[in-house]
Design a protein around this ligand. Structure first.
Ligand code: GLU
Length: 425
């Protein structure tokens, strides 16, 4: 699983795609961008809606709805994860595909933006059902994906095993091994060293730079993590290991726990894998999920779904840095409020770009049939994330805009330039 699914009271009512379009319009206005570019970036270039029949373990056939959206491929083949989530909608996938375009452009990957989704609840499905669904998805979308077209990866509730089934199914259809069709694969099947915790690690490199810029010492700094899933649990353990941060609160879909002296990420993960939740963790006090977001901590890390920081709670956020490991956790109104309150926000498509960056490294290794050591992956990831943070910070100072707008300015300009060079506008 790439990110955990957590629903929080008061989560955003706004349609995520309307939010993504609003962000594009806003950036186009600041840059006074060409009308053609403005129109193109508001809509996905291509999308496919599919129905996937799956034989369930009880013998019945169930039909699942799936999507794959390519938002823009001016910079290169589309790239982005596949989510398996009961609340998946076409608009969520469109928004996430759009954000992938900006994410890849921001960290200077030669890739465009795409995303996929299947409406299902993997928590209620057996491994056999999940395998048949994963293979069925590829049977329906294989014409639009491919190593030089559109390369999926893990996202919410999908994992390396699912990527392995999908790669195998695509390879069967192609009649040859096609490791490069998908990333986030198991190491034995062409996965990259360092991909498993790349989203967390990449964001923590950004956080390290942000803390330096803000004069915050991360050693002993307090951190609250909303969404203790795959990304969130790696954020906790790596933040402690790399910088000595103190993780004081974590939440998941069932509740939240708090201990001002700090929670042990290793023990928390063991507790969660045993009981299915962080709730009831020994030596911790229960907390409302919504309260976690408003704790007086140095760093707040939203690590689950969209819209958890919104107009309803942004005035009460007390963290000095908000690091968006999730996609779309802050609504545009909340962005304004946090900026006015001088909270340093590390926007999603900067902060969580580590995952797709190492996915890109995985593709490069697959193409070359030559695999790198972990150290090389970490060093290259660090260089990309550090450079991206500083260029966003510089842009934010230059234009006097918040970090998200600054990141948009950089990313949209790069995509616009590619579209102009290709003669699309
Ligand atoms: N799902 C991740 C994201 O949203 C990774 C995508 C990828 O590796 O292609 O960035």
């Amino acid at each position: 699983m790439e990110l955990s699914g957590v629903s929080v009271a008061g989560a955003c009512e706004l349609n995520p795609f309307a939010m993504a379009q609003q962000q594009c319009d806003d950036c186009a206005n600041i840059l006074n961008i060409d009308q053609g570019v403005r129109e193109i970036i508001r809509e996905p270039m291509q999308e496919i809606h599919v129905s996937i029949p799956v034989r369930m373990d009880d013998g019945s056939i169930k039909v699942f709805k799936g999507f794959r959206v390519i938002h823009n491929n001016a910079l290169g083949p589309a790239k982005g994860g596949i989510r398996f989530h009961p609340d998946e909608t076409a608009d969520t996938v469109r928004a996430l595909a759009t954000w992938m375009t900006w994410k890849c452009a921001l960290v200077e990957l030669p890739l465009g933006g795409g995303k996929g989704g299947v409406v299902c609840n993997p928590k209620e499905m057996s491994q056999g059902e999940l395998e048949r669904l994963s293979r069925g998805y590829v049977d329906r979308v294989w014409q639009v994906i491919g190593p030089d077209k559109d390369i999926p990866a893990p996202d919410v509730y999908t994992n390396p095993q699912i990527m392995a089934w999908m790669m195998d199914q695509y390879s069967k259809i192609a009649g040859k091994n096609q490791f490069g069709v998908i990333t986030g694969k198991p190491l034995r099947l062409g996965g990259s060293a360092g991909r498993h915790d790349a989203t967390a690690r990449g964001g923590l490199y950004v956080l390290r730079e942000a803390a330096r810029a803000r004069g915050l010492n991360l050693k002993g700094a307090t951190m609250a993590i909303q969404g203790y899933g795959n990304a969130g649990s790696y954020v906790a353990s790596l933040a402690q290991e790399l910088f000595g941060c103190r993780i004081v609160a974590v939440s998941d879909s069932k509740g939240a726990v708090y201990n001002k002296m700090g929670l042990d990420p290793q023990l928390l993960s063991e507790h969660k894998s045993f009981t299915g939740s962080v709730v009831g963790f020994p030596k911790s006090d229960p907390l409302q999920q919504a309260e976690l977001l408003e704790l007086d901590v140095d760093v707040l890390c939203p690590c689950s779904l969209e819209g958890v920081i919104n107009a309803g709670n942004a005035e009460r956020i007390k963290a000095s840095i908000v690091a968006e490991f999730a996609n779309g956790p802050t609504t545009p109104e909340a962005d304004e409020i946090l900026f006015a309150r001088d909270i340093h926000l590390l926007p999603d498509f900067l902060c969580n770009a580590g995952g797709v960056t190492v996915s890109y490294f995985e593709m490069v290794q697959n193409f070359n049939m030559f695999y790198w050591e972990e150290k090389e992956v970490y060093e290259r990831l660090d260089r990309k994330m550090t450079a991206a943070y500083h260029s966003v910070l510089e842009m934010s100072k230059k234009y006097g805009v918040n970090m998200r707008r600054a990141a948009y300015i950089l990313a949209v300009r790069r995509v616009a330039e590619a579209m102009q060079l290709r003669g699309w506008v």
